[in-house]
Design a protein around this ligand. Structure first.
Ligand code: PA5
Length: 459
């Protein structure tokens, strides 16, 4: 297997009687787990939950690779314009599998602006030549305000440079039929990739949402899918005690029941840093729900937090080791780094540095992880480790799939719908209303009335 889930440090033998989980605790929810698994399988088959199928889209990968080769020839810059599930996965893919200094030596230079701060977006314009830029507009709904607005912002410059040929520098990834991007694509011969209707934004990284930018930067997307495929088989294991998606979900579920409402993801690897960001959206948006599937008020969820080892050992760890015992921490550990140059002590008169001799930065990083893990466990703070033998396409593909499958299981255990996002939609509708979009007049009036009644406290 390309990844390993080590959950020793949540087990009673290691964490202690009060905070630890017993094998019997797992056994109590195995039967329910089996039912959830069958239900998820059924819904995947019915075309209700589409992410399970994405690792098997080898033909699509071929098509994307051919397209990516053309992009590399034709453009010097690539802008990925999307937000939320249409951006976080692609960003995590890029930063995990490409060099941090990719744009200094590779072409096309890649940018992933996933916000609408006007100054920040404007600064980006200084970095590119619009006429040599491919603008990849990624939106499942095809109408999210942020993505629409930045598209219009870039259009001004595209129109100025290319006139009616502006469409040649645009690529859409969107729903097969619905949404405003499809209306534009009916007017202009814009290339479109499709997000399957049964794949939600935060589960879409292994669709064209993530695969296109990855292929353009030379990531081997077939290997990525192969890693995800391998993991999809492992996560389909009916022996749930050997199924890492179930185990991850079950542990988090059991701790949620015990009041641990914070889930920290802490990669000990800069390359995996944005994976924690991707996980935060996946876990928060999928599991943070007011009602369960039968409409009962439950207000469940777990607040995801991202941290980075070793950096945050000097920031957050004090709180995690000694503060409220309300968290479960997942470390991401890399067994083998690509560069592990041995250190030497150049200051021979300082014996205290000798312990670095013939040791590497990677060894220090992993020992620091071990030290943090020990400190947490000794203080009865539950923690898990997902171990990457190395960071490569296979392990990254496997990781995406594992966490998506775990989220689906966790949704089942919490008895909520992990695949909708009514809270996000509420914010989107309020934005349309506040911006004066037609069709949202009633909502606008409602908001104005609410605001007029608001009591103000300001100093
Ligand atoms: O996971 C989700 O559904 C959301 O985070 C969406 O990805 C996000 O709101 C962007 O939506 P869209 O891709 O429709 O523009």
């Amino acid at each position: 297997m390309s990844l390993m889930l080590d959950f020793s440090n949540v087990m009673e033998e290691n964490l202690g009687h009060e905070q630890g989980i017993k094998l019997a605790d797992f056994e109590r929810i195995l039967e329910r787990g089996g039912k959830i698994q069958n239900d998820l399988r059924q819904r995947a088959e019915n075309g209700e939950i589409g992410f399970y199928k994405l690792p098997y889209s080898e033909d699509l990968a071929e098509e994307i690779e051919t397209y990516a080769a053309l992009v590399r020839e034709r453009y010097d810059y690539y802008i990925h314009n999307g937000i939320g599930g249409s951006a976080l996965g692609p960003i995590a893919l890029h930063t995990s599998l490409r060099s941090a200094h990719y744009n200094m030596k590779s072409s096309p230079k890649m940018f992933f602006p996933d916000n609408i701060d006007p100054d920040w977006i404007n600064e980006l314009l200084d970095q590119i030549d619009v006429s040599k830029t491919l603008f990849h507009i990624v939106s499942k709904s095809g109408e999210t305000a942020e993505t629409a607005a930045t598209t219009l912002f870039f259009m001004k410059y595209l129109k100025e440079k290319l006139g009616d040929n502006f469409y040649k520098n645009i690529l859409f990834t969107t729903d097969p039929v619905k949404g405003l991007l499809n209306q534009i694509a009916r007017e202009y011969p814009i290339k479109c990739f499709r997000i399957p209707p049964d794949v939600g934004g935060r589960f879409s990284v292994l669709s064209p949402v993530g695969l296109v930018s990855a292929a353009i930067s030379g990531i081997n997307i077939k290997e990525l899918l192969a890693g995800a495929r391998e993991m999809s088989v492992i996560c389909d294991n009916s022996d749930l005690m050997k199924n890492p998606a179930f185990i991850f979900a079950a542990i988090h579920y059991m701790y949620m029941k015990r009041g641990k409402n914070i889930s920290v993801m802490m990669p000990y690897s800069n390359k995996l840093r944005d994976m924690a960001d991707w996980y935060c959206q996946l876990w928060a948006e999928s599991l943070g729900k007011r009602f369960d599937v039968s409409g009962e008020l439950v207000e469940v969820g777990q607040t995801p937090v991202k941290a980075l080892g070793a950096t945050d050992q000097h920031s957050q760890i004090q709180l995690y080791v000694e503060g409220p015992n309300d968290k479960i921490i997942t470390f991401l550990e890399v067994e083998s780094f690509s560069n592990n140059i041995p250190l030497n002590n150049y200051f021979t008169y300082i014996n205290e540095f000798d312990y670095f001799k013939n040791r590497s930065l990677g060894e220090l990083l992993n020992n620091e992880k071990k030290a943090t893990e020990l400190a947490l466990t000794n203080n009865h703070r539950p923690n898990l480790t997902i171990k990457f033998p190395e960071v490569n396409e296979k392990s990254i593909g496997a990781f995406f799939f594992l966490l998506e499958a775990a989220t689906a299981f966790a949704g089942g255990l919490l008895n909520i719908n992990a695949f909708d996002q009514p809270g996000v939609e509420e914010g989107k509708i309020a934005t349309y209303a506040l911006m004066g979009r037609s069709g949202y007049e009633t909502k606008r009036k409602e908001i104005e009335t609410l605001l007029s009644r608001k009591k103000s406290y300001k100093i």
